[in-house]
Design a protein around this ligand. Sequence first.
Ligand SMILES: Cc1ncc(COP(=O)(O)O)c(C=O)c1O
Length: 377
Amino acid sequence: MTDHTPPQPGMSTRAVHAGWEPDPATNAVKRPLVMANSYVLPPNGDWDAVPFGYARDMNPNERWLEERLQALEGGEDCVVTASGVSAINGTFMALLSSGDHLICSDISYISVRTMLLEHFPKRFGIKTTLVNTADLDAIRAAITPQTKLIHVETPGNPTTRISDIAAIATVAHANGALLSVDSTWSGLTTQSPLTLGADLVMHSISKYINGHGDALGGAVMGPKHLLDVIRKFVVKDMGACISPFNAWQIMRGVATLPIRMERHNANAMAVATFLQSHPGVAWVRYPGLASHAQHDVATRQMDGYSGMLNFDLVDPTKRAAFIAELKVFVHAVSLGHDESLIFVYNDYADQHFFRVSIGIEDAADLIADLNQALAKI
Ligand SMILES: Cc1ncc(COP(=O)(O)O)c(C=O)c1O
């Protein structure tokens, strides 16, 4: 019998069409930007009967972006917030209480680390154990009866460490804990943490998902019963809502995310391979290279290795001179932009290296830029 069920649209189709319909007021083919703070309420004052009442609680551009991101990442719903940090730290605050324990990768975004190590234990009674989440035994050893959440960042910022999402989900669930994954560095299209067993996925949507380095935002995806709690606490009660303009801008970026990620993946592999062969380069760390410590896990759980890599020079005294010679790469923080970015870590846990976000320029131009700068120092 012929199956007439329409196929699930592919990732690129969903990136363009999810959360979209022609504007009913004007027939415009693009979603409008709705900057209004408040919306007309029904005469009986029943806010629950209307989708929008006050823009902090929910605004149309936020909702359309949430629909699009949910269609790409999966889960029952998505909550979009003001920044990646508010999505991550806000989730912890929404779900954890005094006396709870959390396990987090010892490689994680700096503001997440500061929240967990400074604010939580001193002022909120929430304890954190930092572990190498590439080591399952270290995770098992850190679990206590109070452990409510395991949080991993994979690939991890800044060292590209890969954690095995499916294996950690099994450990978490066997011990009654949830697993949340900061998937920012994956660019969303290269891995699917919810499919691998994670309960919640977070993104800084300021990075690959926006893709153009011109708007901040964050997102959490997962089951509705958790997201309802997160939405109420983070967006409504803490007020960490996204500006409608940022949501509109980021929604525009998402449409090209799948094709941009293909270029980021391919360019990063080409640049990593070039750097690895250059005599002036001491080492390269890229999950797509066989030399990466978790290359096998990355190959199993990712489809493409994203655009982030580390390397260092044979002569570390030349780092500043090398950066000064670059013409295409921009010396700046952040990642996932259209342009390639390079940032030097002069001391990260006693390591010294460049963190590179490979952009969507021509790979040959990126390699030529690195080559000429290496030749000059
Ligand atoms: C992995 C990761 N998570 C979270 C963040 C924070 O995101 P935002 O700057 O949008 O708050 C970053 C920023 O670089 C990041 O790299």
